[in-house]
Design a protein around this ligand. Sequence first.
Ligand code: GRF
Length: 358
Amino acid sequence: MSDPAAYTPMTPAEARKLRDELGKKGKKLVFTNGCFDLLHAGHVRYLQQAHALGDALVVGLNSDASVRELKGPSRPLNRERDRAEVLASLRAVDGVVVFSDKRATGLIEAIQPHIYAKGGDYTPESLDPGEKAALDKAGTQIQILSLVPGRSTTKIIERMTSSEDKAPPLRLGVLGSGRGSNLRAILAAIQDLVLDAEIVIAISDQGDSEFLKIAKAAGLPAHQVHGGANPNRFDDEAQKKVARLLQEAAVDVVVLTGFMRILKSPVLDAFPDRIVNVHPSLLPAYKGANAVQDALDEGELETGCTVHLVNAEVDGGRILAQARVPIYVGDTAAVLHDRIKEQEHKLLPQVLAEWRRA
Ligand code: GRF
């Protein structure tokens, strides 16, 4: 008995009819194609972007046989009927046409869409020559859309099949006093699945800092620890409290992102070689709190950022990674610092991701 809820895919002729009807009204049909085996957020966003290029979106869905041919014998995970039904239920999708060839050339010839959307690293030149020729012949405009990083069916399958012997996510304790842009970058890397970690605690000495606001908005356990009267020091009580909080949270790695107090015992002893700091210079040059201005004042043509291990010597621990940043004529410390931070936001998550694999 057939399932009454199942979706009946469009025929190529129906898709062509839709195209012609839209065309008469001065509207545009967008077409894209793919396997859409295990639908994820990357697909959904891609299809929304594709839809936004015109007025209606038709998706060419590879049949089970053609997915097998493209991806290997273990795919697809879901049958074409189910894949079509799930796809068609999306707000961005107006119709799904199943096709059996490896390439969508025949379907492009039949539908003659106004716009063709393709994802990923393609350029109009690197498209399949058959598809490209069919698109050119139909006068179709080609649009390449960028894919959402970290989201792919292949990666989801990898994660599912390797989950048994996989180490749990790295537990991070992040400390900061200022704007919190590095905290934001770590959160984004976790979201994008390029960093297998979770932030289990965020600590600041500044109750009204952006850092703490970002931490709270992200739902992280966030704490303010008062450092005592001297703004550059962290008194003994504060050191003990931070050590206790980090230990209670079972932190694997402590990450200092613009934490303006100097850590010492018992924090350093509790996390030997497990505290990293990001610093806005190419250490060992320009240690200390004015590193960006100091590099400008010296007339340097280049500076950068460093991720290093933290020990008792301020900005003196083992260097783990560095990135270079040019200094331009007319740079102010603020402009230069923002340029340095762009690099920090890549370098710090990268070091933490590599930690995971070490
Ligand atoms: C960064 O430039 C870092 O190198 C320095 O403090 C700054 C923190 O920035 N130690 P943010 O609070 O992460 O935006």
